[in-house]
Design a protein around this ligand. Structure first.
Ligand code: TRP
Ligand code: SF4
Length: 400
């Protein structure tokens, strides 16, 4: 309903690896070219599970931002900030908490899954239960409509949408809504007003979802509306409510699976990761000792790339010709595994070289990173404040 705005966050739990790059950051870098983007360090989210070890979080906040910059996030094209430096996130989280049924949070699949996976930590806390609620505040406070996330976060986005809907349903009511909405329709001008009415009727009487989408587009293309009228016209399409907090969409990142050195998911805690900005000698050693198709016991045994954790890396890093060479050489024992890994090593080192270069000035002068983040926090805070004004007013918290 507002300009297209993208928001995403990442928890600062340690240095990033190439799985983060290909799974998320590469996509963020692309998005900043096209949309207004906000990317933040979710330090409070990290605390929900690491509350006993805050030093680990503290140590990785700025390192993570350097990794982001190394990957190509450009502070002139996106806003980079730290969640806890925009305390309005906490305020919105608290206020949304008033209308969040506990059952909704308990039913989010990651809640029980994560408790089981991290059984060594006590996650029977209020903060951990509220993880997706806090995420809702992160997103809704910027009225972001696109949220690039991985598959595991889709259920959280579903909850965010339900909360936005519930909020608008409860607080979007205003006296004389119909009259105000109709007055706003007239302000569209006669041609657009007619079209709007036709689409609205098609949606309300026949449930025509395409009509709803077209009407929303029509509103998005209309510039000269006040914020209040905009909210009313969006809300009027679906019922008699203003849309104060628009519903965001998950932007599913088409994540190539990046396997770790042992074929399991790449993760620092498994010790199977290639880190970003890693030393070339270390990259070489890690790839050379990486597991391969167990069928290739000897150099003369043919193998099958499908059974080899090196293959998915070729799919990410190698061109078609190299991949063909791998398949051919592997299945006929024409090449050895070390031959096969060599072009991969070169590609990864080249990619990392660019990152190390971009990061150098920030490593040399950490104050630069702090300034970027301080600027970002200030910008983010202004945007957050605009939404909070509306939210406070809608919830009857404006006494002046
Ligand atoms: N939960 C996300 C993750 O683990 C991080 C996150 C926190 C986030 N708040 C967000 C992502 C808001 C997108 C939008 O990856
Ligand atoms: Fe894996 Fe390549 Fe060895 Fe085949 S040749 S088993 S794809 S490393």
């Amino acid at each position: 309903m507002f300009a297209d705005r993208v928001l995403s966050g990442m928890r600062p739990t340690g240095r990033l690896h190439i799985g983060h790059y290909h799974g998320a950051l590469k996509n963020w870098v692309r998005l900043q070219e096209e949309y207004e983007c906000l990317f933040f360090v979710a330090d409070w989210h990290a605390l929900t599970t690491l509350y006993e070890d805050p030093a680990a979080i503290e140590a990785s906040v700025y390192d993570m931002v350097v990794d982001w910059l190394a990957c190509g996030l450009d502070p002139n094209r996106c806003t980079i900030f730290i969640q806890s430096k925009v305390p309005e996130h906490a305020e919105l989280s608290l206020l949304l908490g008033m209308i969040t049924p506990v059952g909704w949070l308990e039913r989010v699949p990651t809640y029980k899954d994560q408790q089981q996976q991290l059984a060594e930590r006590d996650l029977a806390t209020y903060g951990f239960l509220g993880y997706p609620l806090m995420q809702a505040a992160d997103i809704l406070i910027y009225r972001a409509n696109m949220v690039p996330v991985g598959e595991d976060q889709v259920s959280h986005l579903e909850l965010v949408r339900e909360l936005a809907r519930r909020f608008n349903f409860i607080y979007g009511r205003e006296p004389g809504f119909e009259d105000k909405a109709k007055a706003a329709v007239r302000k569209l001008g006669s041609k657009k007003a007619k079209r709007y009415e036709a689409l609205r009727t098609a949606y309300q009487e026949q449930g025509d979802a395409e009509a709803l989408a077209e009407a929303r587009e029509l509103l998005e293309d209309t510039q000269n509306l006040t914020l209040g009228d905009r909210e009313r016209l969006f809300g009027f399409l679906e019922g008699a409510r203003r849309v104060i907090l628009p519903e965001p969409q998950a932007l599913l990142t088409e994540t190539p699976r990046v396997p770790g050195l042992d074929g399991r998911k790449m993760s620092k805690s498994y010790g199977n990761a290639i880190m970003l900005r890693e030393d070339p000698a270390e990259v070489t050693k890690k790839i050379r000792t990486m597991q391969t198709d167990p069928a290739r016991m000897r150099r003369s045994d043919p193998g099958n790339p499908e059974n080899c954790p090196v293959w998915p890396l070729h799919q990410i890093y190698s061109d078609a010709k190299t991949r063909e060479w791998v398949v051919q050489g592997c299945t006929t024992a024409g090449i050895g595994c070390l031959d096969c890994k060599e072009p991969l090593i070169q590609e990864i080192i080249a990619e990392q070289g660019v990152m190390r270069e971009r990061a150098q000035k920030y490593v040399d002068d950490p104050q630069l990173v702090r300034n970027i983040v301080a600027d970002g926090c200030e910008r983010a805070r202004k945007l957050a404040d605009e939404t909070m004004d509306d939210v406070r007013a809608a919830m009857g918290l404006k006494y002046d």
